[in-house]
Design a protein around this ligand. Structure first.
Ligand SMILES: C[S@@+](CC[C@H](N)C(=O)[O-])C[C@H]1O[C@@H](n2cnc3c(N)ncnc32)[C@H](O)[C@@H]1O
Length: 257
């Protein structure tokens, strides 16, 4: 696909193909800005962390595949895990380490960690960026110990997801333009089947940002762009369950013994 992203590098925008991982380098300054280009990842991280149970043993390990800059870390505080993050993007890993994540630069389809090492594996907003997503799923399941928990969220391979997550969301300040290649979106049934093949019974539910919170956030952003000086921070929109998995969905499953 020759659709391109105009990412905001300090030397002027450079044009990259959709889903090109170098976009994360160009957007490196955005990760930890709560109202920045990755704002929605903050909201999703909070919702994902809610699926993570408290650790049941000392030294329990949570492996965060495609951890980015470690946005999950603050939401795991007090749950009792060592948080190890795996990502391709070095500029993101540097920031994850600054937030207490032990980082490993690597590919989620070939993770340099041993079988069964993880009490929890998280794959937040990752699979829809991986051309061979079933390999990343196989790796996630391989890393889990029996009884370990897989948590993830991703975008469904539907016309509605392509409309909402690409055509609409990439025109809003919630999602960087060109970050998704809709050809990589993840069919929900195929994902459940792939997890089952690797011993994880994945349960899905649809999720979405709360509408009122989202509108208030967009208004605040618009006001901030017209105002000189600081606009007071407001509450971030919450991610809430929705009946349909047709666009954005979460999954949680336990690895069989
Ligand atoms: C949309 S971001 C999500 C980051 C993080 N999980 C979060 O929710 O804040 C996708 C991340 O996946 C990483 N990524 C993409 N393909 C990858 C792969 N094959 N292996 C490891 N990381 C990958 C990117 O570098 C980026 O940091």
């Amino acid at each position: 696909m020759r659709d391109v992203a105009a990412a905001g590098a300090s030397t002027g925008p450079r044009v990259l193909p959709r889903n090109d991982p170098r976009q994360y380098d160009d957007l490196a300054g955005e990760w930890w800005r709560p109202d920045g280009a990755f704002a929605m990842l903050h909201w999703l991280a909070e919702a994902r962390a809610a699926l993570v149970p408290p650790a049941t043993r000392p030294g329990a390990l949570l492996v965060d595949l495609g951890c980015g800059a470690g946005l999950l870390a603050p939401h795991l505080a007090g749950k009792g895990y060592r948080h190890v993050g795996v990502d391709l993007t070095r500029s993101a890993l540097v920031q994850a380490a600054e937030h207490g994540v032990r980082v490993v630069q690597g590919d989620a389809t070939a993770v340099p960690l041993p079988d069964g090492c993880a009490d929890v594996v998280s794959a937040g907003e990752l699979l829809e960026h991986v051309p061979a997503w079933p390999r990343a799923v196989a790796e996630a399941c391989r890393l889990l110990r029996p009884g370990g928990v897989l948590v993830l969220d991703t975008l469904n391979d539907t016309a509605l997801a392509r409309l909402v997550a690409v055509r609409i969301a990439e025109r809003l300040p919630t999602v960087p333009r060109g970050i998704h290649d809709p050809r990589l979106f993840v069919d929900a049934r195929a994902l459940v089947a792939e997890c089952a093949r690797h011993g994880v019974d994945l349960r899905l539910r649809g999720i979405r940002p709360q509408v009122r919170g989202m509108l208030a956030w967009l208004l605040r952003r618009a006001r901030a762009s017209r105002t000189v000086g600081a606009v007071p921070a407001g509450r971030a929109p919450r991610i809430v369950p929705t009946r349909s998995t047709a666009v954005l969905y979460q999954g949680r499953g336990v690895r069989k013994g």
